[in-house]
Design a protein around this ligand. Structure first.
Ligand SMILES: Cc1cc2nc3c(=O)[nH]c(=O)nc-3n(C[C@H](O)[C@H](O)[C@H](O)COP(=O)(O)OP(=O)(O)OC[C@H]3O[C@@H](n4cnc5c(N)ncnc54)[C@H](O)[C@@H]3O)c2cc1C
Length: 406
């Protein structure tokens, strides 16, 4: 069994398979710890982290505790934070803001401890797929040598590299969510106190279909980034620094928080990041995490989907191996459920960009407040959530106001 990629999706799949007695080799092209964006977890990550026995390590870590998410309107008006435990008074309602270099290294070490054979510095160059069935991978080892390794199943956890989906032309870009992002890190910026210290802040940018994230991390660091339509964001000739500060000047809620701080890292940028694969599994191969699909980071769903699909894929592979049948149908049996959940989250993302006001929606339909919070915590694999989208659809038509407050 080969897993390609040692991020949260690959580490989860590999660890759970190894626990079932499957011999797993994991190839990761980087040496860990390595930098990665995607620092805000959502409450539903709890269940996979619990199953992996990682909760004690997280509790003992220095990661900032996150209890809520707060929205700020374009003119700087702050909503009441959405406290997750109001919806569900369970310890899963507290989650974490993680420095990904440390979190990912923790997860990969944990996989090693479950007997996964982790090979860092080894890049998988190709997955051999003949007549739809994967049979082996070609690997360039850290010492420069190339080898071919046979495998019964290949798990593609290569993140946005999305090795198999691109190779098989299964990669479908989301043309509605053509966004980009520019971000950096500040030290000494404003932090709320008590349980609000670790809130994720989502602040709309004035007069644009864009927003800032503000994610407090440990060591007094804050991750802060702007997201927007990428043609408008990446204006010709503008540096990432210029873009960041142009957007900041249109976002008073974030500007005033950053004022006492100093920049503590470079500017980073990425574009065109929402997509899905047309097919999540084939004969002898499975896609997990970002290799399978990625949705705009508005609701911080990326690491959750990486952990969840890692878990679903590991269970599917274990039963496929037991049955001696590693066909696409078995390995991807979970695909419809994940597509539905992803689709619900996507609807919420699109509504936000249209200027949909959840505050007005909940005033008219207060009985849907549990549905909205369920979505915010990542409890998205429930068919009963769909009735809310019918009511939202009616209001979306009426309320497409450009600067709706949250
Ligand atoms: C701007 C932005 C903001 C985000 N914010 C958040 C957030 O706040 N919260 C959240 O949950 N998510 C967020 N995300 C999403 C999050 O970063 C990803 O969803 C998450 O990292 C997916 O995990 P993964 O394991 O699938 O992939 P990755 O974490 O990308 O891991 C893939 C690994 O595969 C390795 N690899 C790639 N190709 C090969 C190869 N050929 N051979 C060997 N190894 C290979 C890579 O080195 C990498 O370590 C954000 C994303 C973006 C773009």
């Amino acid at each position: 069994m080969v897993v390609v990629g040692g991020g949260p999706a690959g580490a989860t799949t590999a660890a759970l398979l190894a626990r079932e007695g499957v011999r797993v080799r994991l190839y990761e092209r980087e040496q860990f710890p390595r930098f990665h964006i995607g620092e805000s977890l959502i409450p539903q990550t709890y269940w996979t982290l619990k199953r992996l026995d990682l909760l004690d390590k997280l509790r003992a870590s220095r990661f900032v505790k996150k209890y809520s998410v707060q929205f700020i309107s374009g003119d700087g008006k702050e909503s009441q934070p959405f406290y997750f435990d109001k919806h569900n008074p369970h310890e899963s309602s507290q989650t974490w803001q993680v420095l990904r270099s440390e979190f990912d290294a923790m997860m990969l070490d944990h996989a090693r401890q479950q007997s996964v054979d982790v090979r860092c510095g080894d890049r998988v160059l190709d997955v051999r797929i003949d007549e739809g069935r994967a049979s082996c991978v070609t690997v360039k080892n850290a010492d420069g040598a190339t080898e071919t390794v046979d495998c019964d199943v290949v798990v593609d956890a290569t993140g946005q590299t999305s090795l198999i989906a691109r190779r098989l032309n299964l990669h479908v870009r989301d043309d509605v969510l053509r966004k980009g992002s520019v971000w950096t890190y500040y030290r000494g910026a404003y932090r709320d106190s008590g349980r609000d210290e670790g809130a994720t802040i989502v602040a709309r940018i004035q007069g644009e279909q864009g927003w800032f994230w503000y994610i407090p991390l440990h060591d007094d660091l804050v991750s802060v980034g702007a997201v927007g339509d990428f043609e408008k964001l990446f204006t010709p000739g503008a540096t990432h620094e210029e873009i960041f500060h142009r957007q900041l000047s249109r976002c008073p809620g974030i500007e005033r928080r950053l004022a006492p701080g100093t920049r503590a890292n470079d500017y980073f940028a990425t574009k065109d990041f929402s997509y899905t694969a047309r097919q999540f599994a084939g004969d002898g191969w499975v896609l997990v995490g970002d290799a399978m699909g990625f949705l705009d980071p508005l609701y911080s769903s990326g690491v959750f989907l990486a952990l969840k699909t890692g878990e679903l894929a590991a269970d599917a592979i274990t039963s496929a191996l037991d049955a001696g049948d590693t066909s696409a149908a078995r390995l991807g049996a979970w695909e419809p459920m994940v597509r539905d959940g992803y689709g619900r989250m996507r609807e919420l993302v699109c509504a936000f960009y249209e200027g949909f006001s959840f505050a007005k929606f909940l005033k008219r339909h207060p009985h849907y407040s549990d549905h909205v919070v369920s979505m915010l915590i990542g409890d998205i694999f429930r068919d009963d959530l769909d009735e809310m989208f019918d009511s939202m659809q009616t209001m979306r038509a009426e309320m497409m106001a450009p600067a709706a407050d949250e």
